[in-house]
Design a protein around this ligand. Structure first.
Ligand SMILES: CC(C)(COP(=O)(O)OP(=O)(O)OC[C@H]1O[C@@H](n2cnc3c(N)ncnc32)[C@H](O)[C@@H]1OP(=O)(O)O)[C@@H](O)C(=O)NCCC(=O)NCCS
Length: 283
């Protein structure tokens, strides 16, 4: 009989977790960069599963500013897939949510990842939105011309007043590092305190730029509106300034205008879309 156990990750699990990630998602690897932050988890948990005493999987339960849970980095090493490890980790997520009084959980996956999506559906998650990804290499030439003077927005109420009207166009989410944050006044305060909200008053433009983690890899455009050309130009300048090699933007499939804007700005589209899945009403 196979014995599966789940526990919180420990510092000494680092190398084995990195190996699990390397084998299960060879094209999406970031545990080495986020391990220290994940293990420090003020409210959530970085968890591992062992199969017959051998570390075989990891998963992260993160509490977002709106007090929802973000389920991420679920990885089961290929040799141990299909044994029920993923289901055990989901049960663990529900137990943490109960303990923490969290009523909504979300996760994302690629629209073609039938196992990951099916697993979430098995636990009552339903699609909340689908997003495309787009990116552009940082280019000093694109950043060089004189730019509209964007300023950081430091007052949370002003940030909410600038950002909330764009909620529908962005399907209620703002994405950085593939983390889907619900666009709420609480999030606006959080972004404002992190210095990630920028505005340019003459053209009435606003942009959310930054990173949840790994700022050295990409500058994420969580939202932009107003004079889009000015927003993209400012994002290029910012990326050049901090030395991030690319700009990244996830935007809703329901907003053809945003796609057009990014196409016009020379962005490239990622090959397939992402779906954010949601389970709410937990007691
Ligand atoms: C996705 C993943 C975490 C699932 O873990 P796992 O341990 O193999 O999954 P389990 O054996 O616990 O659960 C399998 C469940 O997935 C679902 N599932 C499996 N194959 C499916 C399919 N073809 N269609 C729909 N649902 C499917 C079912 O609900 C199934 O449970 P059931 O057979 O009792 O109904 C694992 O395959 C993995 O690590 N994949 C690579 C990384 C990845 O894609 N991670 C997801 C984050 S984007």
């Amino acid at each position: 009989m196979t014995i599966i156990t789940v526990r919180a990750a420990r510092p000494e699990d680092r190398e084995q977790i990195i190996e699990v990630e390397a084998k299960s998602t060879p094209n999406l690897r970031y545990v080495p960069q986020v391990f220290a932050e994940f293990i420090a988890h003020p409210r959530g948990e970085f968890s591992v599963a062992e199969v017959d005493g051998e570390l075989a999987a990891c998963a992260k339960f993160t509490v977002l500013p709106d007090n929802s849970a973000w389920l991420e980095t679920l990885r089961v090493t290929p040799a141990r897939q299909g044994l029920g490890v993923g289901k055990r980790l989901y049960e663990h997520f529900f137990a943490i949510a109960r303990r923490q009084g969290i009523s909504t959980m979300r996760m994302y996956t690629g629209v073609n990842n039938v196992v990951s999506k099916g697993l979430a559906e098995r636990f009552g998650f339903q699609p909340a939105a689908t997003f495309f990804g787009a990116w552009q290499a940082t280019d000093a030439a694109l950043a060089s011309a004189s730019a509209a003077p964007f300023q950081p927005v430091t007052d949370p109420d002003s940030a909410a007043a600038l950002l909330m009207p764009h909620s529908a166009a962005w399907n209620g989410f703002l994405v950085m590092n593939r983390t889907f944050y619900t666009l709420t006044p609480v999030l606006c305060t959080y972004l404002c305190r992190r210095g990630q909200v920028y505005a340019e008053s003459t053209s009435g433009s606003v942009a959310v730029l930054g990173a949840r983690f790994m700022p050295e890899q990409a500058l994420h455009m969580g939202l932009f509106a107003g004079d889009v050309g000015a927003c993209l130009h400012f994002a290029q300048q910012k990326a050049n300034q901090i030395g991030a090699p690319r700009l990244s933007c996830l935007f809703p499939t329901t907003s053809p205008q945003i796609r057009q804007d990014l196409d016009d700005g020379g962005f490239q589209m990622e090959p397939s879309a992402f779906v954010v899945m949601e389970r709410s009403g937990l007691s």
